[in-house]
Design a protein around this ligand. Structure first.
Ligand code: ZN
Length: 180
């Protein structure tokens, strides 16, 4: 899945929880959720190929352990927001891994790493198509290959449209509140 789509699901997830989080803490939760929805793909910067870019940042057990540590540390330094901080980070990173698993084209998700290196994916993957630098993902032949799976491509486009609609709707609501 592309970085922009990860930002979109981060936004949608936080917008869906807006009422439960409350206005005071929403901004912090929103930015944590969006940032950590995107963050695992930082490993693409250090990888020579698209198919090789899934590092430990794309493994759920790493995030479970890390979020456990973050929770303990935030309980000490900021107990009032420890739940919120941990949830924002965990939700963003977990959504990233789940959506990468669903939309995997060239590399899957190692759900059980470090206990097993087995790659999991929903549709068949084609690692040979991912032997290109990450920045060539938006050019052919990778782009055409990426669009071949219409269900997954449609899902990703739909996600971005949905985020855009909610973004416009919510910014209009904010403007209306501001004019009251
Ligand atoms: Zn990813």
């Amino acid at each position: 899945m592309f970085v922009i789509s990860h930002a979109a699901h981060g936004y949608l997830a936080s917008a869906a929880l807006h009422n439960r989080i409350g206005n005071n803490d929403y901004k912090l939760f929103l930015w944590l959720c969006i940032f950590f929805s995107v963050f695992p793909d930082i490993d693409g910067v250090f990888s020579t190929t698209v198919a090789g870019h899934h590092s430990i940042l794309h493994t759920p057990i790493f995030w479970i352990v890390l979020c456990g540590l973050i929770y303990v540390i935030s309980r000490i330094f900021n107990p009032a927001k420890s739940h919120l901080i941990t949830l924002g980070i965990f939700l963003g990173a977990t959504l990233h891994i789940i959506t990468d698993w669903i939309t995997a084209r060239t590399v899957g998700i190692q759900w059980l790493y470090p206990f097993s290196g087995q790659n999991f994916y929903v549709y068949s993957i084609y690692p040979e198509q991912g032997q290109i630098p990450v920045f060539e993902m938006i050019t052919d032949p990778y782009w055409s290959f990426y669009m071949e799976n219409k269900v997954l491509f449609g899902f990703e486009i739909g996600l971005n449209f949905l985020a855009l609609i909610f973004l416009i709707k919510n910014s209009n609501l904010l403007k209306m509140k501001g004019s009251l």
